[in-house]
Design a binder for this molecule. Structure first.
Ligand code: BG6
Length: 487
């Protein structure tokens, strides 16, 4: 039972949308149940449809049942604590929303704490934020928090404009920018892995690390999201945010405390230290028809809503350098793609080989395999460290073996990222949310690449991306760690 949650109204704009149905309402409900805080959390869905409270409660109940939550005590929470307010597209009245919130607060005897979650299409963010501000909803007798989802802008200029609108009405301390990767338990675990285990920290630098690879692979295709994806592509959709956030956690310096701003300050420093990415160090790919798990899948150009000549990359591989004392000269390789063989988010830290090989006769040439630390963030969370042992026998032969740890074997199910993030919003912990200067630094890095649209290399769905990737990114002649060699 958590004690840090104040009694509040959780307002979802886009309250009948896909995100609310699939993620927000189930996560909110789970955390209410698991933390026993039903009496502290009143939900107000706001959307354009003409519904009343009862119709919305029935809708919310269906969303919970669809999420497999039918065993829980749905009726009482839904009937007592779920409300709905219409906000038409034609004549949206935020004053009416404010009056409704005040009425709900009076009925439930709430002290005026409010979270506003904008589960809306990004182009609507500025209007919604201005609407909230003009109606005086940026202030309240208690706390007021604004939650916005990625994408935060589509380039540096639009991100800055959005942040300006946000700051016109809200203080940064009220703003929670979600990158849902930061809510994943294993992504957070990177902090404990690094800063609670000095054994690793002492080798986490240019003296010992040869290269770092970050892979975010998906087996899914673009699905029904071509409308958005055709103007985004993999760089905006995944690299600018999720992969860069993972990189920041991998490469940051130890913060002086576990305070949200200390951690975020260290992350910004890393992003700011990344050297401009050279175009020759980027490989774009686009999937063609192929097979995933024995099922034939269409190529990107044949997905619904995709332009027949589209050059939008569904795969990005790139190499970058972090110009700090710790990392100077260590290449970081990032890759992400849709329709790869499997879902896998993984960090591979390859350590340097021994400076001198003394095992002559072990192989034709005297080579010792490097130690590789693989941190798997999803789906089989855990890590493995490869190390060399002597294979039994009279001749001296080395063999690489794994030391492994699996989170699920020890801890079972992880909370959903949204569950973690929503709890943090209502507890007022900004650690896992992206600060405006982080967004700015990340766009400054990728913005110069946004007008680079080479013809993407094609790759067959179900393979690890364009064949040219390894040679183009000069991985030092070795294949990406991860691929088929890794379970
Ligand atoms: C989203 C992207 O942010 O992350 C999607 O817009 C992608 O394109 C998704 O599929 C991946 O998230 P996860 O949690 O399934 O790895």
């Amino acid at each position: 039972m958590t004690t840090k949650v104040d009694r509040h109204v959780f307002v979802i704009f886009g309250g009948t949308g896909d995100l609310a149905r699939r993620k927000l309402i189930p996560s909110l409900y789970r955390l209410i149940t698991e933390n026993d805080i039903a009496d502290r959390c009143v939900l107000l869905g706001v959307a354009s449809g003409d519904l009343d409270d009862d119709a919305y409660r029935a809708w919310a109940r269906r969303a919970l049942e669809d999420a497999g939550l039918e065993d829980l005590d749905l009726e009482s929470w839904c009937d007592d604590n779920v409300h709905y307010q219409q906000l038409t597209r034609e004549a949206p009245s935020y004053d009416e929303v404010r009056r409704r919130i005040e009425a709900i607060e009076a009925d439930h005897e709430l002290p005026g704490n409010r979270a506003f979650y904008l589960a809306l299409p990004p182009p609507v963010f500025p209007t919604a934020i201005t609407g909230l501000g003009d109606a005086g909803l940026n202030e309240s007798p208690g706390w007021t928090r604004l939650v916005i989802e990625k994408p935060i802008g589509t380039d540096l200029e639009s991100a800055r404009k959005l942040n300006e609108v946000v700051h016109e009405f809200f203080d940064e301390s009220q703003v929670y920018r979600i990158d849902h990767y930061l809510g994943k338990e294993t992504v957070q675990n990177l902090l404990s892995f690094r800063f609670a285990n000095p054994m690793f920290e002492s080798v986490w630098n240019r003296d010992r690390v040869e290269s770092i690879e970050i892979t975010v692979a998906e087996d899914l295709g673009v699905g029904t999201r071509a409308g958005y994806y055709e103007s985004a592509g993999a760089l905006r959709d995944m690299v600018q945010n999720h992969l860069t956030q993972i990189l920041a956690l991998v490469a940051m310096e130890p913060p002086i405390s576990f305070d949200a701003d200390q951690i975020r300050t260290e992350k910004v420093k890393v992003i700011e230290a990344i050297a401009p990415i050279r175009r020759e160090n980027i490989v774009y790919g686009q999937y063609e028809a192929g097979e995933i798990d024995g099922t034939a899948v269409p190529g990107y150009l044949h997905e619904d809503g995709v332009a027949p000549e589209s050059r939008i990359p569904t795969f990005v591989g790139l190499k970058l350098e972090v110009d700090t004392w710790r990392w100077r000269g260590v290449p970081f390789y990032l890759r992400t793609g849709k329709r790869l063989p499997k879902r896998l988010t993984q960090i591979a830290v390859t350590f340097q080989r021994p400076p001198l090989c003394i095992f002559h006769g072990h192989r034709d040439s005297c080579v010792v395999d490097p130690n590789v630390l693989l941190i798997t963030l999803q789906p089989d969370e855990g890590f493995t460290l490869s190390f060399n042992v002597k294979a039994p026998g009279e001749t001296f032969a080395l063999d690489s073996q794994l030391l492994s740890f699996s989170h699920s074997d020890v801890y079972g199910r992880f909370p959903d990222a949204y569950q973690t993030l929503i709890l943090d919003v209502i507890e007022g912990d900004q650690t896992l949310f992206v600060r405006s200067d982080e967004v700015d630094a990340s766009w400054r890095l990728y913005d110069p690449l946004l007008d680079y649209h080479p013809e993407p290399y094609r790759y067959e769905a179900g393979t690890w991306g364009p064949a040219t990737l390894d040679s183009s990114l000069a991985l030092g002649g070795k294949a990406w760690t991860g691929d088929d060699s890794i379970e």
